[in-house]
Write a protein that binds this ligand. Sequence first.
Ligand code: ATP
Ligand code: MG
Length: 420
Amino acid sequence: MNSPVIVAHYHELWLKGRNRKFFLRKLAQALRQALDGIPVERIEQPGDRFLVRLRPEALVSAAVERIERVFGIVYFAVAQTIERDLDALCAAAWAEIEPLKFSTFAVRAKRSDKSFPHNAMKIEATVGRFLLDKLHAAGRNASVNLSEPDITCRVEITPGPALVYARKIPGAGGLPTNTGGRMLCLLSGGYDSAVAAYLMMKRGAHLSFAHFYGTGARPGESSIHVARELARRLTLYQLGVKLWRIPFEPIQREIVRYAPESYRILLYRRMMMRIAAVLARRDHALALVTGDSLGQVASQTLQNMVAVGDATLMPVFRPLAGTDKLEILAIARKIGTYDISSEPFHDCCPIFMPRTPELYATPKSVAHAEANLDLAALVQQGVESATLERFRYVNGIAEEVTSVTRDNPDSVTEQQAASA
Ligand code: ATP
Ligand code: MG
């Protein structure tokens, strides 16, 4: 029995220039890590694609599900592995394309093992002719188009069995994980911030997370469990995640007590920004990420977003600024955060929600509104009360890291942090 092979293609665009080696090394690393626990014979990199040679006992569907999440892969395919013989190639090619709907097709062959007696042109011509005859015999009105075919049947002669595939599976796209620098995302538990995080991860950024929580009236009411599940889910893409959790109610009480009501939400956000910026620096992150979308709620008018961002010198990225809620929800469904964010939870902000929030704050007016607060002390309080949870990717799932090691003094669990 032949071992299954998955052929994974990356985009050429980011390969230009000096970074090529760096990106490919990171992509190979991510691919290997994503497949952790799945029996892989080896991963090869002949030219412009990866060949993942699975062991015979590997579950192909599991490998497909994992590779679908690897950033940097544009598309991939499960190849048929067959004996190196022209008749066998023709039969396999027919099996590949028969179930597909198309009106034009092409056959593309690559012969990287020159011991095979027929060259690529001969393979393409023979298999193409065979397929055309088969299609016509089946009463299908298809033709060959070499420049812009609807589907392409690929034949690869590598050492070992030949590979044939035509069914492309779309990959996650983007840039390989952990190639774009570090950022810290303010993760609320709602739909938006998890999607914002995903989009930055997709561009290669490495994110850590900060979640501000209120203490729900009853256990299980807090938003922490939702933020944790989101962090777990996002670990499947980034292959490792840090989540800072910051109790926010004491800080909110100060704001409620000493600041004008209509400014509350904006001041909550400004405090979140300041505390997040300190934690970000601790993680060597250069920027913050939020799930703001222009005009979505009162705190997200352009003026208010500017006034909130003004609380920190750290650049703030808002990848969803120009997207509609429906677009955001579609991505949330695709990446598996939708159901998690749909769970009921106790958002920290509405408890002390103002009746009529300020819509058009300015950096000056928010600064005035928080004039009676001891900002430095509140930031310190927030930072000092932050606890850290880490997730690592093991065998296709996010596993909580619980051990405290010398190299890794930050990795404490909630219980350990509480008793420290
Ligand atoms: P989301 O769907 O992500 O909750 P939202 O539409 O509810 O966003 P807001 O609640 O106004 O919008 O929050 C705007 C952004 O502020 C969020 O996307 C997130 O980045 C950040 N944020 C809000 N609440 C919290 C929180 N409790 N902890 C961390 N970040 C938060
Ligand atoms: Mg929210």
